[in-house]
Design a protein around this ligand. Structure first.
Ligand code: SF4
Length: 272
């Protein structure tokens, strides 16, 4: 029998590479351990992403900044904030970011895809992922990923992102055109961090993803055959633990002081 393909998204692979134990809690253990409360920064990210998706769903003639307050209000996710005051400040900031960002977009320019799922297979992986936006530029496809976190990003972040590389690899196959350029659009700072991949650099990222997939499949197989799940999916304690949804279920995480659900948006109030 041929080995089955490992079905994955970028976030599934990224979870394993960050911490095998977190991967196990998310994707292997059933029932999955109870997660902590929702995070305000996830709510913020989801709200901004959906508002931009819906902006592109408008007819080109209506794609102006004046559409944004309605779009953002209707997609606003309220979970995770400390209180209504913090939520209001964050909403105002998000609207400001969107205003600036959208003012720099050409409403007539139709992307190849918005929140578009691209999927492809390799000898090891059946990959699928939802790209924020895929632009058509000069006959090529360009991967665009929106970011709403506190810190800006640079070209190294774009170059090193396995998720962006896998999107590019898949998009080239789906759209049958070259896809080498990947971009991180950081809305709070209005900056774009970009990288031009080569065939070789994309192949390297795919190989790394396949290596991770093989490790995961081997660990899952070992656990199914009776191996100790704690050993096969070890903890990786570090700065991520404070933000981990499974901190309360994890022996390493239990020793770490957890972040408040709104910790990653508090700086927005100070900047008011
Ligand atoms: S708390 Fe830390 S070590 Fe435990 S699963 Fe989460 S990230 Fe991994």
């Amino acid at each position: 029998m041929p080995e089955r393909l490992f079905v994955c998204t970028p976030s599934k692979l990224g979870t394993y590479l960050d911490c095998p134990r977190r991967y196990r809690y998310s994707y292997v253990d059933r029932p999955s351990p109870q997660k902590g409360p929702p995070w305000a920064h996830n709510s913020l990210g989801a709200s901004v992403h959906t508002a931009l998706k819906n902006w592109y769903a408008l007819p080109a003639a209506r794609r102006g900044t004046e559409a944004l307050p309605t779009l953002l209000k209707s997609t606003w996710v309220r979970e995770g904030y400390r209180d209504v005051d913090q939520e209001r400040v964050t909403y105002r900031k998000a609207l400001g970011w969107l205003d600036t960002y959208v003012a720099g977009l050409d409403p007539e320019q139709e992307p190849l895809g918005v929140e578009r799922v691209v999927a492809t297979k390799t000898a090891v992986l059946a990959f699928n992922g939802r790209a924020d936006r895929i632009d058509a530029r000069d006959g090529e496809a360009v991967i665009v990923d929106y970011k709403t976190g506190r810190t800006g990003l640079d070209a190294d972040d774009a170059r090193g992102s396995q998720a962006l590389a896998l999107y590019a690899y898949a998009a080239a196959r789906v759209f049958r055109r070259p896809c080498r350029r990947v971009e991180l659009h950081h809305l709070p700072s209005g900056t774009v961090a970009a990288h031009e991949h080569t065939e070789e650099s994309l192949a390297r990222q795919v190989t790394r993803a396949e290596d991770a997939a093989r490790d995961i499949m081997a660990a899952e197989k070992a656990v199914a055959a009776g191996a100790d799940a704690d050993e096969e999916f070890p903890t990786n304690p570090g700065s991520l633990c404070g933000w981990c949804d499974f901190r309360r279920s994890c022996p390493a995480g239990a020793e770490v002081h957890g972040k408040e659900p709104w910790a990653a948006v508090e700086h927005l109030e100070r900047a008011e």
